[in-house]
Design a protein around this ligand. Sequence first.
Ligand code: ADP
Ligand code: GLC
Length: 526
Amino acid sequence: MYRVACTDRVDQLRSTAVKVLFVTPECYPLVKTGGLADVTGALPLAVAPYGVDARVLLPAYPGVRDQLTGAEMVAALPDLFGGEGALVAGTAGNGLRVLLVAAPHLYERGGGGPYLGPDGHDWPDNHLRFAALSWVGAQLADGLLPDWRPDVVHLHDWQAALTAAYLRFGRSHPAKSSGKKPARAVAAPVVADPVRPATLLTIHNLAFQGLFGAHLLPTLGLPPAALDVDGMEYWGNLSFLKAGVQWCDAVSTVSPTYAREVLTPEQGMGFDGVLRARPDRLIGIANGIDDTVWNPATDPDVVAHYSARRLVAKAANKTALQTELGLDARPDAALFCVVSRLTTQKGLDLLLGALPRLLAAGGQLAVLGSGDRELEDGFRRAAEQHHGRVAVHVGYDEPLSHRMQAGADAIIVPSRFEPCGLTQLYGLRYGTLPVVARVGGLADTVIDANGAALRDGVATGFQFSPVDVGPLAEAIERACDLFADPLAWQRVVKRAMTREVGWGVAAGAYVELYERLVARRSPVAT
Ligand code: ADP
Ligand code: GLC
């Protein structure tokens, strides 16, 4: 595995104006379904002080262009997988330099967010929608814009990973009449610099692999050679993610523990063999959080601002949250919250199993989330049965997620696997102690309040293992016991709130990686 000497000392790094293109399907504050957006919205700004000039490429979903200032078309994109498109440049509200792939035939649709149609299922042409994003990423890498060519192309998840395939094979067009054979190559932009940009794939979640039928290969404009077991073939299908894993210069995941876990058959989701084949290219860098967005002392969404030094005001947020959600306004009840996608990954079925013990220990539960119907219904039923003690808000609500973090005493993250996880980091920052499964990034970011850690004053939350109902219930009970001792609880809260969770360390690690990749860039094959 790559070793990066983490440093947050900007002046120690040599970096001068390394140009990095982020290619991503989502980016906060423009469009978000989960943690990926938080990362691609914050990391480009976090590396800026190191001299990195980062721009973010994403699709122009409805409403995204309107959020940019100074938006203007900077290149035409003819022949973009069934229609014409344009590249639009502009600046987001947080200062992020953004490039949009504007292509009405691919992205201007209703539906449920970036990936799903109105029926709640994936759009049937998602392979083309994200091939188009990736193709434009490859064109930018090859010099589409005369005044800005990246040194590093940083791809995020399967939706961007095909960029690596286009950089390797180019893109050919199937003959319109037969739809079979490549008839003509799409003209590649002029490459002024013979050294191609370095490529980095960040896997935010190995569960999402971008799998499509192998028969779709010609529609992507890729040659049969791409569909090799050493290419992007995956059990007879195409995997966009595998293209990135095979053909990027380096692969990263979003925590060191997850980087080790993905090398095992249990957690590798069928990719462990591919990743093990070239372990020297793999690195784990734990995410940070954007504390201009997540800071209880300045957060515009919370009822009362507070900090580790002015903790007393946190109580007003708790009362407000209890009242808002219809919970009994009791300061003495430990209020646990969940802010999550409701899916198998997140282990929230285990929380339903542990709920009787949470309630028996005197706790309350507030859930914000959406996803699997069964889980939504399970929490709705629990809220009906335990009126005043359990509340659920089914849906996606960004301001409420901030009020939950500010108002709750603890946040529960019982994930079966978790590449990094951000809600436990927000919990630390808001003094809302995380109760987490000891997996992936959760294991890397929370220090369990065992006897030794409490004595040494380093505890920041509660971990449990194995990931099951019993151990989760025990961790909740331990949290309730500590909560019953207000001074001891407050010591852990203060420790959690002052722990470094910003992007400083991770940004330094990414910059070192970018520099190392740039130094190793290879000439374009001719
Ligand atoms: P993942 O990306 O796997 O869903 P993370 O913990 O990395 O998990 O990030 C989840 C992000 O999405 C956090 O910013 C969290 O606050 C947010 N989030 C999840 N569910 C909701 C919801 N129902 N409403 C508002 N924000 C949510
Ligand atoms: C993915 C992972 C999550 C991670 C996020 C941002 O959605 O599930 O663990 O925090 O990406 O990297």
